[in-house]
Ligand binder design. Structure first.
Ligand code: BT5
Length: 318
């Protein structure tokens, strides 16, 4: 697209000006048409200076989850190669699911600035106002459906690591799908799948992170990166780093190195060693979370001395 070409040149030459003549020579269009594209970019939020005798210069890039912005300098190989981005959508997981059914390839990403029907697990809702990152990835691993929950741990490790690396926040993982800071929820992960004859057709990995979200728009036990570091954090940069990290950990996982993920997970765990209540279906068990086994199940030692292995459930830190 012409607009992408223009942006590419502006970004590569952001130190100086690029004249209208240079643009029209490089791209084979009139200067009037270049001017129109500049107006369009401005309306999206790009700040572009125009100097009569020098030309155009990119001053500021909007921190919007635009596909091209995320892809710019993205170092991953297949995750995020194709990105669909929305200003607003119902649920990125549902968009991704529909795309996967139409045959979208592994690594396809769907991202939105806000969701009107963000989903949590078991029919719960995910508050998705502007300011957060709502990202869903299509994966096509060869896994039996019962193994797919391992990918939630892969994603959790990737999110926690990325947030720590970029913001310095001591993010921890609460089994199975929450990222916490000081016991408040910063991120949730929703892993969905389509199975066909006991094989997994595809997996949708959905991740919601409160980045610059206004605190009053979040549930009580939630926090955001802004809230923790006291300023806005660039969402695009975070989304890009997250995609790269997920790819790295996913490749590790596919190389049969789930053990390495488990070890990393244990280092980042907010639950191991703590007293927990776990709701499993309609039953609640209470005890000490003592381990994560090689399948990613949580091992809880009950007060009566017995241990239970939990594959799916909700954990509360007591
Ligand atoms: C989750 O569910 O934590 C999974 C959330 C996944 C959201 C992503 S966003 C991109 C993709 N598209 C979707 O539609 N979904 C995924 P669960 O463990 O069931 O937790 C849900 C509970 O977290 C709610 O019942 C609230 O108590 C709380 N909650 C809701 N919105 C929140 C938010 N923005 N921040 C922190 N906590 C929230």
């Amino acid at each position: 697209m012409m607009q992408d070409e223009i942006l590419k040149i502006l970004k590569e030459r952001s130190e100086g000006y690029v004249s209208g003549a240079e643009f029209s020579k490089a791209l084979g269009v009139t200067r009037a048409s270049i001017w129109k594209h500049m107006e369009n970019l401005r309306s999206i939020g790009y700040e572009i200076e125009a100097q009569p005798h020098h030309g155009y210069r990119l001053i500021n890039t909007p921190d919007k989850l635009l596909a091209d912005e995320i892809r710019w300098s993205l170092k991953s190989r297949f995750i995020g190669k194709k990105i669909y981005s929305y200003d607003s959508t119902g649920s990125t997981n549902e968009r991704a699911y529909a795309l996967a059914e139409e045959g979208a390839e592994e690594g396809t990403a769907v991202v939105a600035e806000e969701q009107s029907g963000g989903k949590g697990r078991m029919g719960r809702k995910w508050s998705s106002p502007k300011g957060g990152i709502y990202l869903s990835l299509i994966l096509r691993p060869s896994l039996v459906p019962t193994e797919v929950s391992k990918l939630t741990l892969v994603a959790a490790v990737s999110v926690a690591r990325t947030i720590r690396k970029l913001t310095g926040i001591q993010a921890l993982i609460k089994w199975p799908n929450d990222i916490l800071i000081n016991r408040k929820k910063l991120c949730g992960i929703l892993t969905e799948l389509k199975a066909e004859q006991d094989m997994t057709a595809f997996v949708i990995l959905g991740i919601g992170i409160n980045v610059n979200t206004k605190q009053i728009l979040l549930p009580k036990q939630a926090t955001s990166i802004h809230n923790e570091i006291g300023r806005d954090f660039p969402k695009v940069e975070l989304a890009r780093a997250l995609i790269e990290s997920i790819e790295e950990h996913y490749i590790l996982f596919k190389k049969d190195r789930f053990k390495a993920i488990i070890d990393e997970w244990k280092n980042l765990s907010a639950v191991l060693g703590s007293r927990v209540k776990v709701v499993v279906h309609n039953r609640t068990i209470e005890g000490q979370a003592i381990d994560l086994d090689e399948h990613g199940a949580l091992i809880v030692r009950l007060d009566n001395g017995f241990t239970e292995r939990v594959i799916a459930g909700d954990v509360m830190l007591v």
